[in-house]
Design a protein around this ligand. Structure first.
Ligand SMILES: Nc1ncnc2c1ncn2[C@@H]1O[C@H](COP(=O)(O)OP(=O)(O)OP(=O)(O)O)[C@@H](O)[C@H]1O
Ligand SMILES: O=P(O)(O)OC[C@H]1O[C@H](OP(=O)(O)OP(=O)(O)O)[C@H](O)[C@@H]1O
Length: 229
């Protein structure tokens, strides 16, 4: 067998992950054509590279189909109930920083906190006859956060991308999404609630608690982790 290492297959996260491993003497590269999701590992024996969507890496770790994987804290905590029983963080990689936050239109001058949002949600329901809608792809994290903070009178609507646009498109009144530089929020005339930070995320190397290993794999894992930490 080999130790299977799952890495995002495209974009910022893939490039930064390759750089992070290269700085530790392990070369990860895509092989084949530009569109083929095949990869190779040089600098250590017994490790194979699996290129995957960042959003699927938590599930693959939880199922034990990969031994190690790089993805954001946000995606692990969103996709896996009881995530800490299924995976363990090995290293925070110091890139891919993003905050999961709740934001509302800047024009809502009376709404700056979750308490204000709660009041606005009740008023919204009285006026419109349906619940204030919050667009997000982070359903689990947003529900847990709002439950713990006592906001109840809302409906989540699913948005898998361009979430900041849902308010202008009138499919939601508020959003819960990740922000990094804050530019997308500003460009869409949105503001973060002062107590609306749900989670700080960054790219992290995770180890599966569920993946099988033989003796050779265990030796490879020990050697690999010694190189990475
Ligand atoms: N603007 C950003 N700055 C920093 N990190 C970000 C940014 N956008 C997303 N991320 C982080 O990158 C990771 C992947 O995000 P996302 O799911 O949006 O990626 P994607 O490219 O759409 O991946 P997928 O292939 O799963 O669709 C997440 O952990 C997220 O927190
Ligand atoms: O604070 P900023 O630096 O502007 O970054 C935040 C944006 O980045 C991500 O979107 P992405 O580019 O991954 O596209 P998406 O909306 O399709 O997910 C995220 O969903 C925000 O929209």
């Amino acid at each position: 067998m080999t130790i299977k290492l799952g890495v995002p297959s495209k974009g910022r996260l893939m490039e930064k992950t390759f750089e992070w491993f290269a700085a530790r003497g392990i070369t990860l590269q895509r092989t084949g054509s530009e569109r083929e999701y095949a990869g190779a590992v040089e600098g250590i024996d017994g490790v194979s590279l699996i290129l995957l969507s960042a959003g699927e890496i938590p599930r693959e770790l939880a199922a034990g189909r990969i031994h190690l994987g790089v993805t954001g804290t946000d995606l692990v905590q969103e996709k896996l109930a009881l995530w800490d029983q299924l995976v363990a963080p090995v290293e925070e990689l110091a890139f891919g920083h993003a905050d999961l936050i709740i934001a509302v239109p800047q024009a809502w001058v009376d709404v700056d906190t979750l308490d204000d949002l709660d009041a606005a949600a009740s008023a919204f329901r009285d006026k419109h006859g349906f619940r204030l809608r919050i667009a997000t792809k982070y359903h689990r994290l947003v529900r847990e956060f709002l439950r713990s903070t006592g906001v109840a009178d809302y409906a989540l609507v699913d948005s898998q991308g361009a979430t900041e646009g849902t308010i202008k498109n009138e499919t939601a009144e508020a959003i819960a999404d990740i922000t990094s530089s804050g530019e997308t929020l500003r460009a869409n005339h949105l503001k973060i609630l002062s107590d609306g930070l749900i989670l700080r995320s960054q790219a992290t190397l995770w180890r599966s608690r569920m993946a099988d290993m033989d003796d050779a794999d265990r030796a490879t894992m020990t050697a690999l982790l010694a190189r990475l930490s």
